[in-house]
Design a protein around this ligand. Structure first.
Ligand SMILES: Cc1ncc(COP(=O)(O)O)c(C=O)c1O
Length: 359
């Protein structure tokens, strides 16, 4: 291993105050974070520090011009203490695609994987083992130039922090199909996991939440006739003959969970159709009683059913049957991640137990 990481462990661990039985999503952070800096065209200063605040200049380029990208992934620990990651190189690939789109530097596999392995190992006692819980890992990169003016920054930081979580959603979702606001336009940055996409989605989401819905179900910006995704996840519609999901284009995020579900369902003999999914068509299917279930998919969202869909002022209840495909998918993912079942796709990557060494 050639990457030299300076490890500065905390002397003030918060682990004793961590209640694994009572985790609130995104509110508790582990003891450490990884950081490195891009200076003079190369990544350097690899370090693990105690989790905490970072000094920022008011001129920080990311704050003004939005060069900020991130990933979301999970580590799972089984009852034997083995820690696994799920398709981590796909997160790296997407991070680097986001970086290219936002004119930011890419990261090597070595830096990315070392950062993940170190955080998972050093903070392994923070990883909950209850089924469905996990260590949510947030790798992110942002521009750090002290400069006023619109141009790509020359300096960046890449960091990784983590928080123990349960599933993001604790109940089936009520979604509102968006007909006015647009999350992403063709040729824009919808396919990048950049901070601005999430900022842009907050106001319409708040309006939907004020009306009692959980999430916006985005439609295409040009016609508002076709489903895209929700603010945090991809979407699936299960009819009595196939499983439909919006095809990937540059206006939505190519979810790793989405891709895994497609591969798994095909492997199980289901017909999965990636296509333009028309809202009208889904409403017609609903009226004809052809919808068996609808669900969203994402690292944080896991696989969560949609129980109600609002469109043009009308609420449509999705009466999912007992034999939910989403439950089957979730069980399969949980089982392969904890090594309780064989992983025919080679998606699960075990964190080496010696990863904590190399100080
Ligand atoms: C907008 C959006 N779409 C889809 C997803 C699902 O992506 P993944 O399955 O890779 O977590 C996410 C989650 O990161 C998201 O934020």
């Amino acid at each position: 291993m050639s990457l030299k990481i300076t490890i500065n462990l905390t002397e003030d661990s918060k682990i004793s105050s961590f209640d694994a039985e009572n985790i609130k999503f995104g509110q508790v952070f582990t003891d450490h974070m990884f950081a490195c800096d891009y200076i003079n065209h190369e990544w350097q200063n690899f370090r693990i520090d105690p989790f905490g605040k970072i000094p920022l200049s008011p001129t920080l380029s990311a704050l003004h011009y939005g060069q900020a990208i991130f990933e979301g992934m999970k580590a799972v620990k089984n009852t034997d203490g083995v820690i696994t990651l799920f398709r981590p190189l796909d997160n790296l690939k997407r991070l680097n695609q986001s970086a290219v789109r936002m004119c930011m530097p890419t990261l090597s596999e070595e830096i990315f994987m070392e950062a993940l392995h170190k955080i998972c190992s050093i903070d392994k006692n923070w990883i909950p083992t209850k089924t469905g819980s996990a260590l949510y890992i947030r790798p992110f990169m942002f521009a750090t130039d002290d400069f006023l003016g619109v141009k790509p920054s020359e300096n960046y930081s890449f960091m990784v922090y983590a928080c123990p979580v349960n599933a993001y959603y604790t109940h089936a979702l009520k979604v509102r199909v968006e007909e006015h606001f647009t999350r992403a336009a063709k040729g824009g940055v919808g396919a990048a996991k950049c901070a601005g996409n999430y900022a842009a989605s907050m106001y319409p989401t708040k309006l939907a939440q004020d009306l009692g819905y959980d999430q916006v179900l985005w439609t295409d910006g040009a016609t508002h006739e076709f489903f895209e995704e929700t603010g945090t996840s991809n979407v699936f519609v299960v009819t009595d003959d196939a499983v439909y999901t919006p095809e990937i284009n540059d206006t939505l995020l190519a979810g790793i969970t989405r891709d895994s579900i497609i591969q798994y369902l095909k492997h199980e003999g289901h017909q999965v159709i990636e296509t333009k999914v028309s809202v009208r068509q889904v409403i017609d299917w609903h009226k004809q009683g052809k919808i068996k279930e609808m669900f969203v998919s994402g690292t944080a969202a896991t696989v969560t059913n949609i129980e109600l869909m609002a469109y043009q002022g009308q609420d449509y209840t999705i009466n999912a049957t007992d034999n939910l495909l989403s439950k089957q998918i979730l069980n399969f993912f949980n089982n392969i991640k904890t090594l309780a079942a064989k992983d025919p796709f080679n998606w699960v990557s075990i964190v080496p137990s010696e990863a904590v060494i190399n100080q």
